[in-house]
Design a protein around this ligand. Structure first.
Ligand SMILES: Cc1ncc(C[n+]2csc(CCOP(=O)(O)OP(=O)(O)O)c2C)c(N)n1
Ligand SMILES: [Mg+2]
Length: 848
């Protein structure tokens, strides 16, 4: 790699690429904050406009510093004293001047072109910047009327920033010009593309920090251009902000030469425009020129594509912006350089309350922006500058795409019961549950041509949702060849082998007011555990602001799950996605385990109508026994949990044991356990309870779906032992039933992270959740049947032994497992099954 060569005269090299010369006057060079005199500087901005924009930028920078430091004296109209400084100094200065610069310039683009632009702040720790810009354009006051555009409002803005009961230091739902938190770095570009899909008029300006650009999700986001259709989608304008540093070190890309960066981004299908410098007036001209060029290029790409009859992947423009971190801040403090270094990242002067010299530096630093000339007597931005901001919905804080619920329209949903699977009796039909769901989705896609997208890491077929390809194809903008299967530029299924892209695109799409889902292998959904957590946090915080309108829920379908990844093996067997989501943000999370095809349809219909949740639906794709008719499924799903009468023989009285289950494989094993018990233990009274909405188990004060005590006891009784087969880890059920009557009677079996490539039944045996384990548990917890049970337990244990030997010899499950069906004729077989030959019980699991 070539050594980095930053331009010797900042801006000149880049200016030449726009076709104009930069002749920097000494005066401009030596004083970045000085009110502009007509500079000897060419570029698209007239001297007057340049001067006004520069002053507007100064106002935004001033407001950022005020937010970090002051809780009184916002306009420094009296001498600054230590008592006016906040006791805890929190906030990020370093990123703010660069982001302010970009925002001010986007404002110009919007007003001059009447452009529809929104702003995504990758380094969302630059909260002061977004707040300041929303405040100056008036959108902040629209949603927080107490923060008036005068001295008192400014004082309140400063006081509330990063203080208890106030607003956080990062971007967040509180600020009207953001749909992106940017706290956990890496997701700005995927959010931007998600926002641009199906928004043909929209341009999403996406600021990417150079530190952020080192994250894996961000590195992986650039390929999103292979999925953006210039005809039906909007555009994303990436602005890579190379301010040189992250928290305490340089960034890789800041130390990479322009040539190498150009090669990198050209290779990724972008055309980079370089804007570089530390002389504000020169940089203003360069950035204005770059934005003009990018805007024209974007519109020209779109015009060409929209007036032709075919779309291909264009080369989209992007901007590489090199400006100093903490630009216009103190150059040095106590002999240590600050501006343009990592030391400007957060609070450049940390001891202003204690150190009078530092206080004086802060005061002169703030005064260097000349607030007196920027704000009028009342403390409002002077009209000459306020007029630079766009108005109404064109303001980036007024644009409805940033508050997507304002644009949300309900999906046109077909009647899901039309996709019912015919069920002559429980357990009589074997089917792949997602097949019918695929047909349902296909019709949704037909009816909602611009409002619904399906994202998937390359598994739509594998997940048995193939029917969607009767309605649409896979979106693909890059080259195709004749043997490709169902690729087209306008496909409504976006398949990319990146869970980060799937999750992030969907988030961006939903946050801008549309609908969708992504489907994944259960184990690999965990790759984006943290993204989902962050999205749920965003949704939760939105509840505090009634002007943030409800969004469509984020739906995740996990259909290649742990229990039936027996062919793929241990790496593909993991159930933790739900654990993480529930442990962190249970109020916003809904968790469904539909046991069969008809329940899956009913659950999904509900999820697609819901708002402001993360719905996680787990249902296997392999051929499985099907249980409920559509009518039964409807009733079951609307209850969340119910007694399955066909598998129950307690006659409505207190059973000996409750057999409970959540998950499709656990349902099979529990039904089979019920069958075994009824068949081999005459007189036993069992009750089968299936749980489809997992959080129904929780106490109502712990989760909104938690069922009340009477309903819970009506299902599980108050005293009977409960043997619970669960798709996921045992502890989850134990923690959920905490507080229910006699909770120690819950005996849970679930996924124990034991697996390998083996037979389907061996998976449940390895995790000790097989029908035999469950039936043995049940018998051990029914004292009344202890004598009678002993020989049956022996026989069931023998079956496990037999299984162990059989699969090693025949390489598949035993016929009575493979071919097992629910039957309700228990009259003939009341004897325990014979013991297997030898039956060395002690050796049962010796080598498994
Ligand atoms: C995923 C993630 N890892 C680590 C951090 C901690 N962190 C906060 S800011 C920051 C540096 C960001 O640098 P950059 O993206 O260049 O932003 P800027 O220089 O504009 O402040 C880091 C590492 C984080 N917020 N997110
Ligand atoms: Mg940086």
């Amino acid at each position: 790699m070539a050594a980095p060569t930053l331009p010797s005269t900042p801006g000149t090299e880049a200016a030449a690429s726009f076709g104009f010369d930069v002749a920097l006057s000494t005066a401009i060079k030596s004083n970045g904050h000085a009110p502009a005199v007509a500079p000897v500087l060419a570029g698209p901005l007239s001297a007057h406009l340049l001067d006004r924009m520069h002053r507007y930028w100064r106002a935004t920078n001033y407001l950022c510093i005020g937010q970090i430091y002051l809780f009184e004296n916002p306009l420094l109209r009296i001498p600054l004293t230590a008592s006016q400084i906040k006791p805890r100094l929190l906030g990020h200065w370093g990123t703010s001047p660069g982001q302010n610069l970009i925002y001010v310039h986007l404002n110009r683009l919007i007003t001059e072109r009447d452009a529809n632009i929104i702003y995504i702040s990758g380094p969302g720790h630059g909260g002061p910047s977004l707040n300041a810009n929303a405040y100056l354009e008036g959108s902040y006051t629209d949603v927080h009327p107490e923060i008036t555009q005068d001295e008192n409002g400014m004082r309140l803005l400063f006081r509330t920033f990063s203080t208890p009961g106030g607003i956080p230091s990062h971007c967040g739902p509180h600020v009207p010009n953001s749909m992106h938190e940017g706290g956990e770095l890496g997701y700005s570009l995927v959010h931007a593309f998600g926002a641009a899909f199906d928004n043909p008029d929209l341009i999403v300006a996406c600021v990417i920090g150079d530190g952020e650009s080192e994250t894996a999700p961000l590195e992986g986001s650039w390929k999103s251009n292979s999925f953006l259709n210039p005809i039906d989608d909007g555009a994303v304008l990436p602005i890579l902000h190379l301010n040189g540093y992250k928290i305490s070190g340089p960034t890789v890309q800041a130390r990479t030469s322009d040539d190498d960066l150009r090669a990198l981004y050209t290779g990724r299908g972008y055309k980079p425009y370089f804007v570089e410098g530390d002389e504000p007036l020169a940089v203003h001209q360069l950035l204005a020129a770059a934005l003009d060029a990018c805007y024209e290029e974007i519109r020209s790409i779109q015009h060409t594509a929209r007036s032709g009859d075919s779309a291909h992947q264009p080369v989209w423009p992007m901007i590489v912006l090199r400006t100093p971190k903490g630009w216009t801040g103190p150059k040095e403090v106590d002999g240590i350089p600050i501006e343009g270094t990592f030391r400007a990242h957060q609070v450049p002067l940390e001891t202003v309350r204690e150190n009078p010299e530092h206080l004086a530096i802060l005061e002169s630093w703030m005064k260097s922006y000349g607030a007196d000339e920027l704000f009028d007597e009342r403390g409002a931005l002077i009209t000459e500058l306020a007029d630079l901001a766009p108005v109404g919905n064109r303001r980036m804080g007024g644009n409805p795409h940033v508050n997507g619920g304002r644009l949300l329209t309900a999906l046109d949903l077909p009647n899901f019961t039309d996709y019912a699977l015919e069920i002559p009796g429980p357990g009589e039909v074997v089917a792949e549950a997602p097949r019918k769901l695929g047909e349902f989705f296909a019709e949704i896609i037909r009816r909602n041509a611009h409002n619904f997208l399906l994202f998937c890491p390359d598994e739509t077929n594998s997940n048995r949702l193939n029917a969607v390809f009767e309605a649409t194809s896979r979106r693909f903008m890059a080259q195709t060849v004749s043997i490709d299967d169902r690729l087209s530029p306008d496909g409504r299924v976006l398949e990319v082998l990146s869970e980060h892209c799937c999750e992030g695109w969907l988030e961006g799409y939903l946050l801008t007011g549309r609908h969708g889902l992504w489907s994944s292998y259960e184990a690999f959904a965990q790759v984006v555990d943290s993204m989902v957590t962050q999205h749920a946090k965003w949704l939760e915080q939105c509840r505090d602001f009634n002007w943030r309108k409800p969004l469509a829920s984020l739906n995740v379908l996990l259909t290649s799950h742990a229990w039936r990844n027996d062919h793929n093996g241990f790496s593909h067997q993991s159930t933790g996605f739900v654990d993480n989501a529930l442990a962190r943000r249970s109020e916003t999370i809904r968790v469904y385990y539909p046991p069969d095809s008809n329940c899956l349809l009913s659950v999904f219909d509900h999820c697609l109508r819901s708002r402001n949740y993360v719905n996680i639906v787990t249902c296997g794709k392999q051929p499985q026994l099907q249980w409920l008719t559509m009518d039964e499924a409807l009733e079951h799903c609307s209850r969340g949990a119910s007694i399955w009468k066909f598998a129950t023989n307690d006659g409505g009285a207190e059973p000996d044991v409750v057999l409970a289950c959540a998950g499709d494989v656990p349902t099979i094993e529990i039904c089979a356990a019920s069958w075994l018990l009824q068949k081999h233990v005459p007189g036993i009274k069992v009750r089968v309870v299936n749980v489809v909405d997992l959080t129904a188990l929780m106490m109502p004060d712990a989760h909104p779906h938690g069922i009340d005590t009477m309903s819970f006891d009506a299902l599980f009784t108050t005293n009977a032992p409960v043997v619970f087969a669960f798709h996921n880890n045992r502890w989850l059920i134990h923690s959920m039933v905490h507080g229910r009557s006699n909770e120690a009677r819950f005996h849970v079996r679930g996924y124990m992270d034991r697996g390998t490539t083996t037979t389907p039944f061996d998976m449940v045996v390895l995790n000790e959740m097989s029908r035999y384990h469950l039936a043995i548990d049940a018998l051990r917890h029914v004292p009344r049947l202890r004598v009678q049970a002993a020989s049956v337990i022996d026989a069931f244990e023998a079956k496990l032994f037999e299984h162990h030997a059989y699969i090693r010899e025949h390489l598949e499950d035993m016929p009575d497992i493979r071919n097992w069906r629910w039957t309700s004729d228990f009259q003939t077989a009341t004897e325990p099954p014979p013991l297997a030959k030898g039956h060395p019980r002690a050796a049962l699991f010796s080598d498994s």
